[in-house]
Design a protein. Structure first.
Ligand SMILES: [Fe+2]
Length: 302
């Protein structure tokens, strides 16, 4: 009979799990258990504290609905989404735009639009034109690249957070032209506070964090043969640009709003110009999405 104590428990658990046939699952679970046990030993975790952790995770799960994903918010606010993005970027085989957070407000079924269209359906605010090109690793335009964009309204809320989340606003899908060029109209991005009415908000308050994200706009860019890019553009000068609650900002993703841009396809509007660069696909099914449409995350994987 083995003696189970605070030092032998880790090996005992690892030994039982060593029968896992899937090698990647075996590696991930063994490492997770090692680190989890080390964490408990390091802080000398009490039963009460562990139960509080279980209560917290239960509340995070219970807050999730087809329109809200509290677990993605938790991953984002713990820096885990940003870390997984950075590891994903490191595996790119060529130069590519940096990833940023997909966040909890992506939707799979945004409306198809034509170049130059506006994604503003129900909101008000300063209109801007987003334009630029989608380029491959050699700097060549990618014809017909798919550009998905979404952003919050003038009150800092996404359509999914509204009274009737089935109504779509401020999101759309566009196809670049033959040279990879795109332009579309939307709202000048604003910053916002992450949803604070759930357990993640309680955590943020307990840590005396401000809970704000700097002004940004989200993109997913894809094309056949290229690795899908999940990213966001951040507006220079925002007061929270250096203290994003979810750690999404990279210097190369910071843009400025240009109020006098003769090169813009719609020069009478303020403009935000950005060229996205995609790297070659590195195998089927490799996704850079740390998150998903909340309606899909609630479904069992097939
Ligand atoms: Fe966002």
């Amino acid at each position: 009979m083995k003696v189970i104590n605070e030092n032998t428990i880790t090996d005992a658990a690892l030994e039982q799990m060593s029968s896992t046939p899937n090698p990647r699952l075996r590696t991930i679970m063994a490492s997770l258990v090692r680190h989890l046990h080390d964490f408990a030993r390091e802080v000398d975790l009490t039963p009460e504290e562990w139960l509080e952790g279980i209560r917290f995770l239960t509340a995070v799960g219970q807050k999730c609905t087809p329109h809200r994903q509290e677990f993605i918010l938790l991953s984002d606010t713990l820096g885990m989404s940003s870390l997984v993005n950075a590891l994903h970027d490191k595996r790119a085989t060529g130069p590519a735009t940096k990833s940023s957070l997909l966040g909890p407000f992506y939707r799979q079924d945004a409306p198809e639009m034509r170049l130059g269209d506006s994604i503003i359906a129900h909101s008000k605010g300063t209109e801007v034109v987003f334009y630029g090109r989608v380029l491959d690793g050699n700097g060549r335009g990618i014809p017909n690249a798919l550009i998905q964009i979404w952003e919050p309204d003038e009150t800092g809320n996404y359509d999914l957070q509204k009274h009737d989340p089935s109504v779509m606003d401020l999101r759309g899908c566009f196809h670049a032209d033959k040279e990879g060029r795109y332009h579309l109209r939307g709202l000048c991005p604003l910053g916002y506070m992450i949803p604070m009415d759930g357990p993640v908000g309680d955590m943020i308050r307990a840590q005396k964090r401000h809970g704000y994200r700097p002004a940004h706009v989200h993109f997913v860019i894809s094309a056949p043969g290229c690795r899908e890019l999940v990213t966001a553009l951040y507006i220079a000068g925002d007061e929270h640009i250096d203290s994003d609650t979810v750690f999404g900002v990279s210097e190369s993703l910071i843009v400025s709003v240009n109020r006098n841009d003769p090169a813009s396809p719609l020069p009478n509007l303020p403009s935000i110009r950005y060229d996205f660069r995609l790297t070659a696909e590195q195998g089927a099914g490799i996704s850079g999405r740390v998150g998903a449409d909340p309606a899909q995350l609630g479904q069992k994987a097939g």
